[in-house]
Design a protein around this ligand. Sequence first.
Ligand SMILES: [Fe+2]
Ligand SMILES: [Fe+2]
Length: 426
Amino acid sequence: MATTAPRPTTRRAADDINYSDLYERWERGNWSATEIDFTQDKIDWAEKMTDAQRRTAMWLFSLFFHGEDAVTDGLSPYIDAAPLEEQKYFIATQQVDEARHSVFFNRFMNEVVGLGDGSIAGGMNATAGQLSWGHKMIFQGLEDMCVALRTDQSPHQFARAITLYHILIEASLAQPGQHVIEAFLEQEDLLPGFRSGIANVALDEQRHIAFGVKVLADLYDADPKGTETAVLDVLRENGVFISGVAMPPNWDTSYFTAFNYSYDDLSRDGVKALEMRLKAVGIDLHSVERSPIAVDLPLDERAERGRVLLQANLVGPDRPASREPYPTEVMFDSIARAADVHAVPSGTVIEWAFTDAEPWQVSFDAGKCKAERGTARKPSLKLVVSFDDWADIFAKRVDARKLLLTRKLRPKGNLRLFAKFGKIFP
Ligand SMILES: [Fe+2]
Ligand SMILES: [Fe+2]
């Protein structure tokens, strides 16, 4: 595949990674999840930790435990789809790692927390209630991706699958979470057995992420545009779910403060990790068209946008949506940023004529798309809809076609433009 394609002229971090080195690191890094001694952990759990710390630990560790189980189950089609033997071998080692991670979390849940019957299924059933909406959506997406990869092993589909698994889930979600857990337990000198396990998990994950970066870089060398499209599509498709993974029950902030971190800390680290890994592949979000992350904004603002939308119910599982000006502005700014300016002629204006809120408009001009408040003078297309129904569409809680059939969404004006709506705002 990639070996005969010309390399990009600038050197990337991925050029320093090679598959045999990753395999050797795996052999050297082998560890045992069944030999970890949890004696002190049981004492810490019962006597040293506060209720809020135990509750936070249960929540965070459950997100990891279920994640590890899902990635263990999902890797087989990756082995089949990988074009190089060295890649297949590495993924086989990774599958062993993920199973070991799952065994580690299950042992802790059973032996220290006292949940389940020791079997993986028992541990998972006992902790399933802890999972966030975003977690369920992302891992359902991974399951769907694995099914798709079984039937379509093209480089494009492989790039999509690696982006979701190794870049989005491992680099952008799991690694920042591991750092939060490790830093807190280290600082408070708690759970030494768990700490030794998660340190090994983190080392394994570093290898997995490096592998994902290397594979994507190879695919990028063979087909830069196609690979970039595959990567960006996956980021866009998962954008509304990703920010919900670390959404605590009822937005109770003690789930963060008990472990000395904030939601925005996690988001910032996740966004940074994502941008850095893609840069290592050769994809600079600052120079791509329609970056799924608003890289022109300061990092703090970039990272907080997900939370703002989520807390306003403009993404996430719940209704009703907030009509506060700032979240609404973030939603329309996101819509304008995602718009494909090549899909419509310059001068096109679309108005959201909300039946119960202030109108908004999105206009296309000279290769740019911008969103602003207010009624359009001559809209090419007008969408008559309630604010909550629109929020349901934006958050992917409902299929727009369903609202069309029930006339809760009424397009007026250029209906040919409306027919292309999914293409304009993918
Ligand atoms: Fe893992
Ligand atoms: Fe992993």
